[in-house]
Design a protein around this ligand. Structure first.
Ligand code: ADP
Length: 274
């Protein structure tokens, strides 16, 4: 009996050691992947930014006026470079979250200002469309707590999709303050999503196979990243949709995020006093 216990303990120790080595390897390779992607993305982004910068100068006519054909080609170069830059940035963002290297900087956010800012940056996307905006449930000065950059990215991705996939109609941003969380809904009256495609919507590099979607810019990483950004802050995201009628994306952020911030600053001030 004693020998059996000893043998079992030895087996268990060996198994634990094997598992530790295995986890070590996974961690190392995940760190390698993130570092590799970070370096690669820096190396790719630097020349790409130069291409975009010089292309913009050419488009603005700084080096002289362009003829119709030149202008067409230079705009194609600009579109493709921006597309590539967007893709590299998103892949890097996703890999940072996946490897646990993304950090949160929680702060107080004036929601009204942030929404106005995002809607105005999106103006080039909707200016030529017959789209009306409606903001629902916002107090005059509505405050929430979240990571500002990540929250802005979530709102930007959802609103830009709503614009992209709506020919004309209405986009509604709805806010609700519940006891334990803040709830956000982005509703559009666009092309909608067929139930057959519901499964792919949050998957990496997946887009609905339709003429309208294929003609719209995108690589199918926006929602994959958005979901990770919401989950990272302790929230959830879901959607409901009806083909040809419209789509609603809803996400929430728990208010405990504010308590975490308060606890952190308590710990910080305690440490400062030591
Ligand atoms: P992208 O916008 O780059 O195509 P996303 O990851 O943001 O990728 O979205 C994935 C797919 O989900 C889109 O290609 C589209 O088919 C569908 N989709 C997203 N938002 C909407 C929306 N508001 N209305 C209809 N379809 C949408």
């Amino acid at each position: 009996m004693e020998r059996e216990v000893k043998n079992r303990t030895k087996d268990l120790k060996e198994l634990l050691e094997k598992q530790r080595l295995y986890l070590d390897q996974i961690e190392k390779s995940s760190r390698f992947k993130t570092e590799f992607l970070a370096t690669m993305s820096h190396e790719l982004r630097t020349p790409l930014n130069a291409i975009i910068g010089f292309t913009d100068l050419l488009i603005e006519g700084v080096f002289g006026e362009l003829n119709k054909e030149q202008s067409e080609y230079i705009n194609d170069i600009d579109d493709s470079s921006n597309h590539l830059l967007d893709m590299i940035t998103r892949i890097l963002d996703i890999s940072k979250i996946e490897s646990g290297q993304a950090t949160l900087k929680i702060e107080e956010i004036q929601l009204n200002n942030l929404i106005d800012q995002v809607i105005s940056t999106l103006k080039p996307l909707y200016i030529e469309k017959d789209i009306k905006w409606e903001l629902v449930g916002l107090k005059k000065a509505q405050f929430i707590f979240a990571d500002r950059i990540k929250f802005k990215q979530i709102i930007y991705n959802l609103l830009s999709n709503a614009i992209k996939f709506t020919k004309k109609g209405k986009i509604i941003f709805e806010f609700k303050e519940n006891k334990y969380d803040w709830e956000f809904a982005i509703k559009d009256t666009g092309i909608g999503i067929s139930e057959n495609d519901f499964d792919i919507i949050f998957k990496d590099f997946k887009r609905v196979k339709s003429e309208y979607v294929e003609a719209a810019q995108g690589i199918g990483l926006g929602l994959a990243l958005t979901k990770r950004l919401v989950n990272l802050q302790g929230g959830d995201i879901s959607f409901s949709s009806k083909l040809k009628k419209g789509t609603t994306f809803t996400f929430n952020l728990p208010k405990t995020i504010k308590e975490k911030l308060a606890n952190l600053s308590k710990i910080e001030s305690f440490l400062n006093k030591l």
